[in-house]
Design a protein around this ligand. Structure first.
Ligand code: DLL
Length: 456
């Protein structure tokens, strides 16, 4: 039923991005993006040594930690020596809130951003002029991978607040030369009107909000096929391949996904090229990556799944060492068809801390998502409720029936419900209650979708 959008349809630039026609890309440094592994690693080592020294000398928190661990910046002689350094966790930023990890005076900081998370104090990060430059370069690089050109009109549907998504993408797209349309998140009908009136060619949104924009457009009778829109830039939350394919097919656009997190910069850490599709090139000249076993912190074998750990190599305002992202992925250094050589990480589908333990069995929301996207009668919108009933864990999955599959017949709806329950039980190995909701019955959000309500 779903098909991937035919790349040749809306514009030559996409073909250039896909075929690696690098001479057509306005901001492209072949020496960096297509560097040999030896070159990349030598650059990383040089930057790592400098960054560890800088951090040690300018952040008391790290100086204390390294002294306690008897590690000196001079001990860093190879990339593997990064393992001598302590990990950093979100708690380090919370405990030193707001400026305890800053390495520069506030008068050198041009901008602050923050991430609230679900509990406790927010974490605050800052950017010097140089950090802002690196940030916008990283974004310009990844949007070009998606086929964005200076002639594009880019409409922002991320929020412009303390969230790094809005301003981060804004600066990078503007640096590339695009016309920015800073609509911000929410007011979905207005987004669609603006796409039509302003000739928007690129939409930046979370994938769940892009899906909602798509649906609202269809309800308004908007013809996506003849709309000027040609590219969707997604990020900020997992984008399951099924959801991406559905958006591409219904909105007649090409979508790529980019990944990042506030603590190490915001968006810009990695981005998907049009050749690899469900993987993302890590900006290896700016980030040293490791993949570790989330339980032991030890490195996993190359190409194995584990927790991504990042050390930004150029950050000045708030350097962090070995940041544990809690995001699960695997990384390959295999050459990419697009010609870029930077390692590629699999799309992040889950975090080690979003695992639910249901009656002793480990369940990831992404497993539920995968089952649901394989069932043609339901939409990609879902909600998971976990609660304690009579002293036992109870898992309920609410999913939304597609309008074309909706029927007044109880038997028909019940058969679909039972089919989903059986499929979920087969994958998760625990009993699940499924509630079929009417079309539109699951709440939409303009930012990151919240799928899990754990009431235990
Ligand atoms: O979400 C930064 C960002 C904004 C990235 C816009 C891309 C586009 P935070 O709010 O700090 O920063 O949330 C970071 O969101 O650790 C992941 O768990 C998740 N995340 C971000 N991008 C992706 C993605 C921004 N493309 C946390 N796929 C990260 C999967 C993602 N998860």
């Amino acid at each position: 039923m779903l098909h991937t959008y035919d790349i040749s349809r809306k514009g030559e630039a996409l073909r250039a991005a896909k075929d690696g026609a690098f001479d057509q890309l306005p901001i492209f440094d072949e020496q960096i993006e297509c560097a040999s592994r030896e070159y990349i690693e030598a650059l990383q080592l040089e930057k790592l040594k400098r960054q560890v020294k800088y951090t040690y000398e300018n952040v008391q928190y790290y100086r204390d930690l390294m002294d306690q661990a008897h590690v000196n910046p001079d001990d860093i002689k190879s990339l593997e020596d990064v393992r001598l350094l302590p990990f950093t966790d979100k708690s380090a930023l919370r405990d030193t809130y707001p400026y305890g990890l800053f390495a520069v005076d506030l008068d050198q900081v041009r901008e602050l951003h923050a991430s609230s998370g679900t509990t406790g104090k927010p974490i605050v990060v800052g950017y010097t002029d140089s950090d802002m430059d690196v940030w916008s370069d990283c974004i310009a690089r990844l949007v070009q991978m998606a086929g964005v050109m200076p002639s594009d009109n880019a409409q922002m549907a991320f929020g412009y607040g303390m969230f790094t998504g809005g301003f981060g993408l804004h600066y990078g797209l503007q640096k590339l030369g695009c016309t920015m349309i800073p609509a911000g998140s929410g007011n979905t009908e207005r987004h669609i009107q603006m796409i039509e009136d302003y000739g928007t060619t690129v939409l930046i949104a979370t994938p769940s909000y892009a899906m909602h924009i798509c649906e609202v457009g269809e309800e308004m009778g908007y013809d996506w096929e003849s709309s000027p829109l040609r590219i969707g830039l997604f990020g900020g939350e997992p984008c399951p391949p099924g959801l991406k394919a559905e958006i591409e097919s219904r909105m007649h656009i090409v979508c790529t996904d980019n990944y990042g997190l506030t603590e190490v910069m915001g968006p810009g850490v990695s981005g998907e090229c049009l050749a690899s599709r469900d993987q993302q090139h890590i900006a290896e000249d700016h980030f040293l990556w490791e993949v570790v076993d989330p339980d032991t912190g030890e490195p996993v074998a190359e190409g194995e799944m584990g927790e991504l750990v990042l050390t930004p190599l150029d950050k000045q305002a708030i350097p962090v060492l070995r940041y544990r992202t809690h995001d699960l992925t695997r990384v390959t250094k295999e050459p990419c068809e697009c010609g870029r050589t930077h390692a590629r990480m699999d799309k992040v589908r889950s975090r080690c801390d979003d695992m639910l333990i249901i009656r002793g069995t480990n369940v990831f929301p992404s497993q539920i998502e995968d089952v649901l996207t394989g069932i043609e009668e339901v939409t990609p919108h879902y909600h998971i409720i976990v609660e304690t009933v009579n002293g036992m864990d109870s898992l309920t999955v609410q999913t939304e029936i597609r309008p074309e599959a909706f029927s007044d017949s109880f038997q028909e709806m019940d058969a679909i419900r039972k089919k989903i329950e059986e499929k979920l039980k087969g994958v998760l190995l625990v009993g699940v209650k499924v509630q079929l909701m009417e079309p539109g019955g699951i709440q939409r959000t303009a930012g990151k979708a919240k799928h899990v309500d754990d009431r235990r």
